[in-house]
Design a binder for this molecule. Structure first.
Ligand code: CA
Length: 429
């Protein structure tokens, strides 16, 4: 069950905090964009909007809402390359996890647990979802409300309703956005989000908002943009509706016996936990698996030589928030860390681990010190940071792939440009 949608939507925190899984601006896509821009005019767009008017009204948008909020719209064709983006390189799971679940986010999450304790506890009694899980989703989706996305929803969604793949899907979201404005009194100026239309602190799609958002602060409005309680309650409601079972873990890390046949791995292949115990699977600390017949699946995100997990249907509920197993693992692990657990017991199978956001900023600062023009050290590994990295990786004898990993950071640390001598000469050693 996918409540959000079947489109793999990159969360904003991922765009901001991790190496993108897909690049927005490859040369090929730029060419496509240029071609689309010349082929698609404002007049074409106006004609499309007038064709969609009847359909919108049939779906509950009033004529006056439609006319008022579409009359000044212009297409934004820059969303098209994002829709069609192909991964430039596949982000290793250890990079993804390192930046999404880092010490900074654990510390921020622990503060959030304290600050919103009353609301989180109320959400737990009403929806059955524990505070750490709700806060973990909030932290990954919008970095605790700090990154909401800046693209006007009506512009992006009307464009995607008229041009490109999946127009019928985006029309539903476009009309849902108009209904939000009409019914919920959320100002159009507050409805900004990702290129695909996910918005607010929970990054719900507009149709998901209409279905699942709740007014949790009792002011009569469902406001996922400016109300943290509404965002936390809505996330808990989402997970409940996605099948969350109270008092069931998402799963846990395990150790596999040497030589175990792992062909039965896969999130969908759930078996009674006793079946896995009989194969010799133990908890990662070496203790026995819990007794009982809980249905769990073996997850091997980096193959048989990496960390292994047994996951329950609660893992599937998180997966339905954003259809990627790596996403669900990041939320699950962050929730564990917020409850006081440590990092995974088993290391990822790499000799070049991923970087936290603090380490990414340090890497960028070191690149800037070497004269690379990559903007501010914001921890976001964009195209300019990757190009600069390729250059230093060539100097360092590393694979010039532009990936921000530990080896590149260490090389930069060890080969930092010498400081300018001070007038006192104290810098010389
Ligand atoms: Ca409210």
């Amino acid at each position: 069950m996918t409540l959000r949608n079947s489109l793999p939507v990159m969360t904003l925190a991922l765009w901001a905090g991790a190496a993108p899984l897909a690049s927005a601006a490859t040369a090929g896509n730029a060419a496509v964009e240029a071609a689309s821009a010349t082929a698609y005019s404002s007049a074409d767009f106006a004609q499309c909007l007038s064709q969609l008017r009847g359909q919108a009204i049939k779906q509950g948008v009033s004529a006056s809402t439609y006319d008022t909020y579409t009359k000044d719209l212009e297409p934004d064709l820059s969303v098209l390359p994002l829709l069609d983006a192909q991964p430039e390189f596949k982000t290793p799971i250890w990079d993804y996890m390192a930046s999404l679940v880092d010490d900074e986010r654990v510390a921020d999450g622990k503060l959030a647990l304290q600050q919103w304790q009353a609301e989180l506890s109320r959400a737990q009694s009403q929806f059955g979802v524990d505070p750490a899980t709700v806060v973990a989703v909030w932290g990954v989706e919008s970095n605790f409300g700090r990154i909401l996305g800046g693209r006007p929803l009506l512009t992006s969604l009307s464009t995607l309703s008229c041009v490109g793949r999946r127009q019928s899907y985006f029309r539903g979201e476009f009309f849902s956005t108009l209904k939000i404005i009409q019914q919920e009194h959320l100002g159009v100026e507050r409805l900004n989000g990702s290129w695909a239309g996910a918005f607010g602190q929970t990054q719900f799609m507009p149709s998901t908002y209409l279905r699942l958002a709740v007014d949790f602060d009792g002011d009569g409005r469902r406001d996922l943009v400016d109300s943290v309680p509404d965002a936390l309650g809505s996330t808990a409601n989402f997970l409940k509706r996605a099948g969350w079972k109270p008092d069931m873990p998402w799963g846990f890390e395990v150790s596999l016996p040497d030589g175990m046949d792992t062909s039965g791995a896969g999130r969908r292949n759930k078996q009674p936990i006793s079946t896995w115990a009989a194969k010799g699977v133990k908890r990662a600390d070496g203790s026995a698996l819990p007794a009982g017949d809980m249905q769990v699946a073996l997850l091997l995100p980096a193959g048989p030589s990496g960390p292994a997990f047994l996951v329950t249907r609660n893992f599937d509920a998180i997966y339905s928030y954003n259809a990627a197993e790596s996403y669900a693992l990041a939320i699950s692990h962050l929730a564990d860390r917020l409850r006081g657990a440590g990092p995974f017991v088993h290391a990822w199978p790499t000799d070049d681990p991923g970087l936290s956001r603090a380490q990414r900023r340090e890497l960028q600062t070191l690149l800037i010190a070497r004269g690379f023009d990559i903007g501010q050290p914001d921890g976001m590994i964009g195209a300019r940071t990757r190009e600069a990295l390729k250059s230093i990786q060539r100097d360092a004898g590393l694979t010039p792939d532009g990936r921000a990993g530990m080896k590149s950071l260490q090389w930069l640390q060890q080969n930092a440009p010498a400081e300018q001598p001070t007038t006192s000469g104290a810098a010389s050693q």
